[in-house]
Design a binder for this molecule. Structure first.
Ligand code: SF4
Length: 356
């Protein structure tokens, strides 16, 4: 078992941790997190709640030192390996003049990525939400505010930069069916870019003029997330989105943002067809898009909340395949300037690619 496999195991199984470190993430727009851990230079978004209670991997805390131990006899963690558990940054304790906690405006992801959902609602929720999505649940549970303004983000970014934040991920619920949130993202990107932060924005497929607006207002890298490349599965779990829109959006995006700067989440472990997944990833890479292969994590309060966690084999297969295809095509996620691909905590694709 190599380091990339260790990361895949951590992403799939989570980590058993002592009670005070457990957190229950009920909502959100991205892969549900728990704790960010750094192990052998790999940053990992480890979940530490729910099914993690039965994980083969656990965290031992001795004074100030943390050690990860894996029960799998093949694992290099079997004897225990030191791990750095990323502490909550100090800015989480700050509030705006109006009394809004900074951590309801933006969070630190991984070790250096400031991340926020600019608009925490989604028009899809009025008709047929995506089955994995908990974006409005975070709002119901009081973990965030509905809309983050550029001014609020500047305030939080200023504090976060003092603690090492060096790039940004901006995502959004789908605001409307015209610009789909791109205008709101562009306004926030412009403010953060003026502060010197490289910006990653994530949006549904939109007309080319909105992608140009995002670039012109400071977005460096773009995510247009298909979630699954298995069309039949997509139609079922993203019932109000349109599979056919992605290819042209990706092509426009690569022309506008350049090589290595456009990505798409590919969730694995949702019961997708293996051959369709391989073909879809290969096709995506041929268009210059980085497939950010991420294990599906069920969120409480969503249609798929009881879905089993993905198996190691399925996640490894998708990640290695994506890495091989990128290697062959010369698509390089290590040249990506900002956001999820640069952060890398939710996927082991870069670790597999780094070994080739
Ligand atoms: S990869 Fe993206 S979603 Fe995951 S921790 Fe990093 S910035 Fe957040």
């Amino acid at each position: 078992m190599n380091n990339a496999d260790v990361k895949t195991r951590l992403l799939c199984q989570g980590v058993r941790v002592p009670e005070p470190m457990r957190t229950e993430r009920k909502g959100g727009a991205g892969p549900a997190g728990g704790r960010y851990m750094v192990i052998q230079d790999m940053v990992v978004n480890c979940f530490v709640y729910g099914a993690a209670a039965t994980s083969d991997i656990w965290l031992q805390k001795e004074d100030d030192t943390c050690v990860l131990v894996d029960e799998n006899p093949q694992s290099p963690l079997q004897e225990g390996v030191p791990v750095h558990v990323v502490d909550d940054p100090h800015f989480y304790a700050l509030k705006t003049e109006e009394g809004i906690p900074y951590k309801k405006i933006a969070l630190l992801h991984g070790v250096d990525c400031l991340a926020t959902t600019v608009y925490q609602k989604c028009i899809r929720w009025r008709t047929a939400p995506c089955w994995f999505c908990g974006i409005e649940r975070s709002l119901e549970y009081g973990g965030t505010i509905q809309q983050k303004t550029p001014e609020q983000l500047e305030l939080v970014a200023e504090a976060a930069m003092k603690e090492g934040a060096s790039h940004v991920t901006l995502t959004t619920g789908t605001v409307n069916d015209s610009d789909r949130g791109a205008v709101m993202l562009a306004q926030c990107a412009a403010a953060l870019k003026r502060m010197g932060l490289p910006v990653h924005s994530q949006v549904e497929p939109v007309a080319r003029r909105y992608l140009e607006l995002l670039r012109d207002q400071g977005t460096d890298t773009l995510g247009v997330h298909i979630e699954t490349v298995d069309e039949n599965l997509f139609e079922r779990i993203c019932p109000s989105k349109h599979f056919s829109e992605f290819n042209s959006a990706w092509e426009d995006a690569v022309e506008i943002f350049g090589e290595h700067q456009v990505s798409s989440y590919v969730l694995v472990g949702l019961g997708e067809d293996e051959e369709k997944t391989k073909t879809g990833i290969e096709d995506m890479v041929q268009r210059g898009v980085i497939p950010f292969v991420v294990p599906f994590r069920p969120l409480q309060g969503t249609v798929l909340e009881s879905h089993p966690l993905p198996s190691f084999d399925v996640v490894k297969m998708g990640s290695v395949w994506a890495a091989e295809k990128m290697m062959e095509a010369g698509v390089d996620p290590f040249k990506n300037k900002a956001g999820c691909v640069r952060c890398g905590a939710c996927s082991s694709v870069k670790e597999y690619l780094g070994m080739m």
